[in-house]
Design a protein around this ligand. Structure first.
Ligand SMILES: O=C(CO)COP(=O)(O)O
Length: 183
């Protein structure tokens, strides 16, 4: 089974929440390949025992490293507990990370309830005998006006009939592998 690659990031005020969340979800996170910005990753490793590949600290380029991995199709899911109440010096990097994750249509959780939803879907995909209920591997076609060349139609492996029957929109696709180096 595909080992999902999850990036974990938290601003300082939210680090305790992300650590708590990581502890609560240890079993499924332990089955994934985890990446994180420097301080977030170090704290998660120290306090949960999860194995995390630590990149640079956010203000020193960690957000950019994660964004680059997303654009290369190397991250499936982004869990980013960003702080909406505190300015950070690398705001431009944060915005760029949120932008690239949105553009490439990977599941991105910016608060705990959404993170819970994403992991619930991940669990479902692992236990369900009908894998099309949650389609983790089919990139949905991204149809940005005027961008057809950069984003050629990428067909979904989810049978159309099944998707219509269960009204599962392409947005349910997880792990929308982006085309490498489209820009
Ligand atoms: O600043 C961050 C995200 O923007 C997080 O960086 P650290 O994990 O190094 O604190």
């Amino acid at each position: 089974m595909h080992r999902h690659k999850i990036a974990l990031v938290a601003h300082d005020n939210l680090k305790p929440a992300l650590i708590q969340w990581s502890k609560a979800n240890y079993p499924i996170l332990a089955e994934c390949a985890l990446f994180a910005t420097g301080t977030t990753g170090r704290l998660i490793t120290e306090q949960t025992g999860l194995e995390v590949t630590c990149l640079l600290s956010g203000p020193l380029g960690g957000d950019q490293q994660i964004g680059a991995r997303i654009s290369e199709g190397l991250i499936d899911i982004l869990i980013f507990f960003w702080d909406p109440m505190t300015p950070v010096p690398h705001d431009a990097d944060v915005k760029a990370l949120l932008r690239i994750a949105t553009l490439l249509n990977i599941p991105m959780a910016n608060n705990q309830s959404t993170a819970d939803c994403v992991l619930a879907m991940l669990r479902l995909s692992k236990i369900d005998t009908q894998p099309w209920i949650v389609n983790f591997n089919a990139p949905p076609p991204l149809n940005y006006t005027g961008k057809a060349k950069q984003f050629p139609n990428r067909s979904s492996s989810l049978p159309l009939a099944a998707r219509n029957k269960y009204q599962i929109p392409p947005i349910m696709s997880i792990n929308a592998a982006p085309q490498p180096n489209v820009y």
